[in-house]
Structures are given as C-alpha cells and as structure tokens.
Ligand binder design. Structure first.
Ligand code: CP3
Length: 344
C-alpha cells in the first residue's frame, strides 16, 4: 500500500490530512544548530552524507511528520554545475552575478559526481526512515535558481533578472534550458537513490508578468514533469510557484504537476475552485501563525482544513518555518492536525 503522503499527492483525499513542513529541518531546532556548528559551513553540511542525513531525520524523530524532506539547498544545483556559491553569515547566499558569457561555462558533465554526496545522503535517510514516512527530494525551479544567479544572491525586486528576460531573451532561454535539463537530471538521480516524491520550489514565480510566467515558470515545470513521468510515472511531483495568485490554475493545467503548493497569501477555497481535482493541494498555514501559536494558530488551521474538506490536501505551511519558532508549537500543530475531529 502506498504511504499516506504519496497516496494523497496522487489525488486520494484523506482525513486527517498528512502533514510535513517546509524548512522542517533548520535553525529553530537546537539539535540542528549543534549539527551546523559541527559541520562549520552550510555547504559542508549539505555535502557530508552522514550530516545531511542526520539533519533530514532530526525533525521526523521529534515530530513524526508524514514526510522527510532531504536536507540540502536549491543552490546546490548551480554549485554542482561549477558556479560559485557561498553562504555568508547573516546575509544568505552569495553567488557571482551572472553575465551571458557565464552560461556556456555551466558544466552538466560534472553534475552527477558533484551531487554524489547528496545522493548518498538520500540512501542513508531511506535506510533510517520508518516505513510510513515518505522521503521528499527537491530542486529549485529553473526560474528561481536563475534569479539567484543573475542577482548574485537574494533581491527585493529581481529587476536585473526580469530585465534580462526582456532584453536578452535568447541568453535567458539558454540559461533556462541548461537549468531545466540539470533539474531533470538532479531529480532523476534523487529518485533513483530513494526519493519517493519530488518538489519544485519556485519561490520568485510571483514577480513575473503573466506572459513571462507562462514561459519561464509553467512551461519549464511541464517539461520537468513530462521528463520525470517517462522514467518514474509513479513518483508524484509537487509544484510550488510562490505568489502566483490568479495564475495557479493555469500553472496546474500547463505543468501537469500532481500537487500544487499554496503560499501564505493564497485563499485555499479559491485555489480549490481554480485547480481541478484530482490535483492535490498543499499548504498553507502562515509561518508567523505557527510562531505565534495558541488560539490564533488553531483558528487558522480550522479555516484551512474547513476550506479543503473532501479535497486531496497535504497540510503544510505557506512558506518555510521561521528560525524563531518554538519547537513546542510544531509539536502542537502536528497533534492538532492528527487529532482533528472526523470530517462531516
Ligand atoms: O527542511 C527543509 O525544508 C529542507 C532543506 C531546505 C533548505 N533550503 C535548507 C536551508 C530547502 C528545501 C531549502 C529551499 C530553498 N533554499 C529555497 C526555496 C524555498 C524558499 O525558502 O523560498 C530557497 C529560495 C533557498 C535559498 C536559500 N538557502 C536562502 C535564501 C538561504 C538563506 C536564508 C536562510 O534562511 O538562512 C538558504 C540557507 C538555508 N537553506 C538554511 C537552511 C536550513 C539556513 C542555513 C543555516 O543553517 O545558516
């Protein structure tokens, strides 16, 4: 029998819904901070199989989520293609600012060897998981990874990226094509190593106009979905085009993903009307409501669960856990979901 999370992602409704949380491994856990201190550097943590596997398992051990998301980062992909990456203390990722001439230097030939510690971690996690917990592999979607490369890190408005898409469309298409194929390779390797679900994080999808969204968010997701479907038809794909708003229905239709992630700003009732079943819906508690906890969190959970009754739903946050979140609130959330009264 399929694991609970996998079966819901394939479109079968279930009550109470399965639950896992974006960034469930991370700085809000004291045991993560200890592991991070041992590894020294964040990239070392991601590329030392025993440490990455341990970080993946920490939240599952504490909270028994239905899914374990591989501990890695979306920027490990450009790093594996030979692109510079470092994590500066307190300011996030720093990369070279991409110029058109850098695109030809991205080297898919080194991908598999560079990702080998990550794939080894996948195997270690699978061996350490109980049989009810599903292992989730992931990648950044090509557009979001391109944003970090073109901006050289995080950005408020992604103006450099959007301008390049209009001004140098051929270069931009070339970069997207390289990243799309590398994403297919990375996800395929993760599945071959033991991932049972994969998720595409398109954190900056919401900054694009509808025409660019179709070209650089929905169509690459469709290409990735189709390529994975050929080799791994049974593996569900979750697409998370964050802040896509009214374009979510179009995204689901064009991409063919099995499940759509809803960000904090999405109204689950509207999304349920726009995205046709059996596509599953994942989300979307505000991470700040989890941080706040108590009655405010309980009310938000009830609203989300009520809006999605009868629908294949995976409970999650609308974005990653905030580092200040008390771990006790996460335990309370999991227990709140698991003890939900039967659906009417
Ligand atoms: O638990 C999990 O969700 C699995 C691991 C995971 C991480 N990053 C670990 C991480 C996943 C799935 C990601 C995805 C990711 N990484 C995204 C997409 C989701 C989103 O948040 O929008 C993005 C945009 C990144 C890029 C990234 N990585 C940034 C901007 C930062 C710095 C900000 C921050 O939170 O520190 C990272 C670093 C990072 N990735 C950390 C973790 C646990 C913190 C590193 C540390 O320990 O200091």
């Amino acid at each position: 029998m399929a694991k609970h999370l996998v079966s819901v992602l394939r479109g079968t409704p279930s009550w109470p819904p399965p639950i896992w949380l974006m960034r469930q491994a991370g700085r809000y856990l004291p045991e993560y901070r200890a592991l991070r201190a041992r590894a020294g550097d964040f990239i070392a943590l991601c590329t030392t199989p025993a440490l990455a596997a341990e970080a993946t398992l920490q939240p599952v051990r504490r909270f028994a989520m239905d899914g374990a998301i591989l501990f890695s980062d979306i920027l490990i992909l450009p790093w594996a293609l030979g692109y510079g990456l470092r994590f500066a203390e307190g300011e996030g990722p720093v990369l070279p600012r991409l110029e058109a001439s850098d695109i030809a230097r991205l080297d898919p030939g080194r991908l598999e060897a560079a990702l080998s510690p990550v794939l080894e971690a996948v195997g270690l996690v699978r061996a350490g998981l109980d049989r009810d917990t599903a292992l989730i592999g992931f990648a950044g979607a090509p557009f979001t990874v391109a944003c970090y490369m073109i901006e050289g890190g995080g950005s408020k408005d992604h103006a450099r990226t959007r301008t390049m898409a209009y001004r140098q469309p051929l270069d931009f298409e070339r970069l997207m094509a390289v990243l799309t194929e590398a994403t297919i390779a990375s996800l395929s390797l993760q599945i071959a190593a033991g991932a049972e679900i994969v998720m595409l994080f398109d954190s900056w999808a919401g900054v694009l106009s509808p025409s660019l969204f179709r070209r650089f968010v929905a169509l690459p997701a469709a290409r990735i979905r189709a390529a994975l479907g050929e080799c791994f038809p049974e593996i569900p794909v979750i697409g998370f085009p964050r802040l896509a708003g009214g374009l979510l229905g179009m995204y689901a239709e064009i991409s063919g993903v099995d499940a759509v992630g809803m960000d904090t700003a999405a109204d689950p009732a509207l999304v349920a009307a726009e995205v046709a079943a059996p596509v599953a819906l994942q989300g979307n508690l505000d991470p700040a409501a989890l941080l706040a906890g108590g009655a405010a969190m309980t009310a938000e959970v009830a609203r989300i669960m009520g809006a999605l009754r009868g629908r294949a739903h995976v409970f999650n946050l609308g974005h990653g856990i905030l580092p200040e979140t008390p771990p006790t609130h996460v335990a309370e959330l999991v227990s709140l979901i698991r003890n939900s009264a039967d659906a009417a």
